[in-house]
Design a protein around this ligand. Structure first.
Ligand code: DX5
Ligand code: ZN
Length: 224
């Protein structure tokens, strides 16, 4: 079953609580929260305060994506704020095993994210320990960018690796996903789909999320 994780980066922040409730009612599975520091990525967005506020208005798991340098400094803050899944970038963690182990010891699911140009081989000695891999299909930093096509091949290869080893890992893809391309991303093997502008820039969130799920199911049936 495919899961939809709408990125609140494209929500109307003056009505954030309502927007989160609206995507929950529209059938979202997770809430994706993009944390940017203006250092690892060229944009500054959300901190633990907003994660804490989001936690108050939804029962959905918070899928927190840390695009920050030296994330170890802030793990406790994001865990205490109510993150259910905490994802760090491999590019920011010299001691990735330690970082992932720490998150899991705190009872939070741990994810690792890879930039578009980062090789899957950087997962070689960490894959068995993570709960989620977040494949970036745009260069992180902004919503509304175009999906980078060679991500499809990366997803296909990662799906083979996960299945071959029987790992219980969610394969999440983030960036440029909409109703036009979600089917082929599902076919490649993703099972969680982050979408910001692809959902929040549409009139009817429920209609969009329902269509996205139908397209994922269609892809899954074709593969069965
Ligand atoms: C990009 C963020 C994404 C982004 C997705 O740096 O990590 O989560 O908000 O937005 P869209 O779906 O508009 O590409
Ligand atoms: Zn993200």
């Amino acid at each position: 079953m495919g899961k939809i994780s709408p990125s609140i980066l494209s929500a109307d922040f003056s009505r954030l609580g309502e927007e989160i409730k609206a995507i929950e009612e529209a059938g979202a599975d997770y809430i994706h929260i993009d944390v940017m520091d203006g250092h690892f990525v060229p944009n500054i967005t959300i901190g633990p305060l907003i994660v804490k506020a989001a936690k108050k208005v939804t029962k959905l798991p918070l899928d927190v994506h840390l695009m920050i340098s030296d994330p170890d400094r802030y793990l406790d803050d994001f865990i205490e704020a109510g993150s259910d899944i905490l994802t760090v970038h491999a590019e920011t963690c010299p001691h990735l095993n330690r970082t992932i182990t720490y998150i899991k010891e705190k009872g939070v699911k741990a994810g690792v994210s890879l930039n578009p140009s980062t090789s899957l081989s950087s997962l070689d000695y960490i894959l068995e320990f993570v709960d989620m891999v977040l494949i970036m299909s745009v260069n992180p930093g902004f919503g509304g960018q175009k999906f980078i096509e060679n991500t499809i091949q990366k997803i296909e290869l990662l799906r083979i690796l996960i299945d071959k080893n029987n790992f219980d890992i969610e394969l999440n893809v983030d960036g440029g996903i909409n109703t036009d391309n979600i089917e082929k991303i599902a076919k490649a093997g993703a099972n969680v789909f982050v979408s910001g502008s692809g959902i929040f820039n549409t009139e009817d969130y429920k209609k969009t999320i329902t269509l996205m799920k139908d397209l994922i199911n269609k892809a899954n049936q074709m593969m069965a």
